[in-house]
Design a protein around this ligand. Structure first.
Ligand code: GUN
Length: 289
């Protein structure tokens, strides 16, 4: 039986549509929610991701602004720019697109963004709150994965969830969110000796390694829920995930690439921006959503 496809594209549209009345309420109070994305350098993938983010802003009435700096920009200059964005009351969300040039320390950058504007959820304050289970601003990709599982009524409680990849932006926060939902979580990395031993025991498999075809169909347990976070461009130009497409014959549920996790990441970013704008509103306007 072919797997049920977890349609992130459709769900992301519905998340964005649900934000429309919240943005209208903010605007009626004279607050135009605004996201500023900083891009340092000219990475083509970053340009395309940012285009998608700005498009989603436009669709929801959120102001989306891209601030482009040359790859040679010093860390001190980047931090100074962040200070200005932090101090600007018209900016509610600040995101520095990754990857950064080699000379720039991503932790220093994450630490400089005001935690209340950190719509990537990567500031130590927000990651700390994630550990405690009460973060308003959660990293967008893991939050989007959970929203997708929820939409398809996939309960991870008591399941063995295996996360392949331990990045700070996906793997680690993904593991925390799954633990919070009472899954038993294993986190694998590139040094895991026999990856298949882990992936074959996963009821829920989240793959975020950035290597096309890393997980073959025979590495997936029959009936598993497979979430493919990878986005890899082949030399042919085709976009593929980290999981072989043939896993659709083994898994019970599978996210497509493209059209699975990617659009959910963008939708969560816009939701975080609206959350941040509501929290910044005089007298508060915080949704209980
Ligand atoms: N590069 C690829 N995905 C992301 C993301 O979600 N946030 C940031 N800041 N950079 C990225």
């Amino acid at each position: 039986m072919a797997a049920i496809i977890l349609d992130g594209k459709q769900l992301a549209q519905s998340v964005l549509t649900d934000l429309l009345p919240r943005v209208r309420t903010l605007r009626a109070r004279g607050i135009a929610p605004k996201l500023t994305v900083m891009r340092i350098g000219d990475d083509p993938a970053s340009r395309s991701y940012i285009r998608a983010k700005i498009r989603a802003c436009e669709q929801t009435g959120v102001m989306g602004d891209e601030l482009v700096l040359p790859a040679s920009t010093s860390q001190a200059e980047i931090l100074a720019r962040l200070d200005r964005l932090n101090a600007d009351p018209l900016v509610h969300g600040v995101l520095v697109q990754l990857p950064l040039p080699r000379a720039v320390d991503p932790h220093a950058v994450a630490a400089r963004i005001a935690p209340t504007k950190d719509v990537d959820g990567l500031h130590a304050c927000n990651l700390g709150q994630l550990v405690q289970g009460n973060a308003l601003l959660q990293p967008c990709t893991p939050a989007g994965v959970l929203r997708l599982l929820d939409a398809y009524r996939i309960d991870v409680s008591g399941k063995h969830a295996v996360v392949v990849g331990r990045s700070e932006i996906v793997g680690k926060p993904m593991a925390l969110l799954l633990i919070r939902r009472d899954a038993t979580v294993s986190v694998c990395n590139s040094k895991t000796p026999d990856l298949g031993v882990f992936t074959r025991s996963a009821d829920v498999l989240v793959v975020a390694a950035g290597r096309a075809g890393l997980v073959r169909a025979d590495m997936v347990k029959v009936g598993a829920v497979v979430v493919d976070v990878g986005v890899n461009r082949l030399t042919s130009g085709k976009l593929v995930g980290d999981v072989d497409a043939a896993a659709a014959h083994t898994a019970s549920h599978l996210t497509p690439v493209p059209g699975g996790v990617g659009p959910m990441t963008v939708a969560m970013l816009i939701e975080n921006t609206v959350n941040a704008a509501e929290r910044a509103a005089p007298g508060g306007l915080q949704s209980t959503a």
